[in-house]
Design a protein around this ligand. Structure first.
Ligand code: GLN
Length: 188
């Protein structure tokens, strides 16, 4: 069985775990410490608050463990705050957290909490049907480096991308009934 972890620091951890439990042939693991992270075959970094999660990653030595997974080309998927944590560039924040994916993101790009919204996106690489996408105080990607594949746009902004083993979505598939992004991720 593939061991698929959800970084269990802060944010929508349980929602991702519940989705993973619906998928056959994998073991869902809530990963809260470095030893557990190092055993994973794939890792999801959930949405939440990127500043808070980023600080805990450093304070508890989890950052190094995630960087090791990335060196091993283990699939890593960041949703929302998770995407911010993976980015090499953040236009409106001095902090860079993991800095592993060659994307430039803007935090809180759609305004404040009340500007959260739901829409439907056509993402041909991931599903032949429209995918429901929930944006909560979401970031978007302003630009990508060479080697990054743009998977989805919404109103002219990039909201999903992939670079080798790394997947980033500005929205929250764990808050919908659609498992297609999970299947796409596990296919990496
Ligand atoms: N606004 C949050 C941040 O900048 C991300 C929001 C989310 O993950 N839903 O970290």
């Amino acid at each position: 069985n593939l061991r698929v972890g959800v970084l269990g620091v802060q944010g929508s951890v349980k929602e991702h775990m519940d989705k993973l439990k619906l998928i056959k042939g994998i073991e869902a693991v809530e990963a809260k410490n470095r030893d557990t992270i190092l055993t994973l075959d794939a890792l999801i970094i959930p949405g939440g608050e990127s500043t808070a999660i980023g600080k805990i990653l450093v304070d508890f030595g989890l950052k190094d463990a995630i960087l090791k997974l990335n060196e091993r080309k283990v699939p890593i998927w960041g949703t929302c705050a998770g995407m911010i944590l993976m980015a090499k560039h953040i236009v409106n924040d001095e902090r860079i957290h993991l800095g592993i994916m060659d994307i430039t993101v803007r935090r809180n790009a759609y305004g404040s909490q009340i500007d959260s919204f739901k829409t439907r996106l056509m993402i041909p690489a991931v599903s032949e049907n429209e995918i429901e996408a929930v944006f909560i105080r979401a970031p978007y990607i302003e630009s990508v480096g060479d080697g990054v594949r743009i998977l989805a746009n919404y109103e002219g902004k990039i909201v999903a991308a992939q670079q080798d083993n790394l997947l980033a979505t500005a929205f929250h598939p764990e808050l919908t009934d659609d498992l297609s992004f999970y299947k796409y991720f596990l296919g990496l």
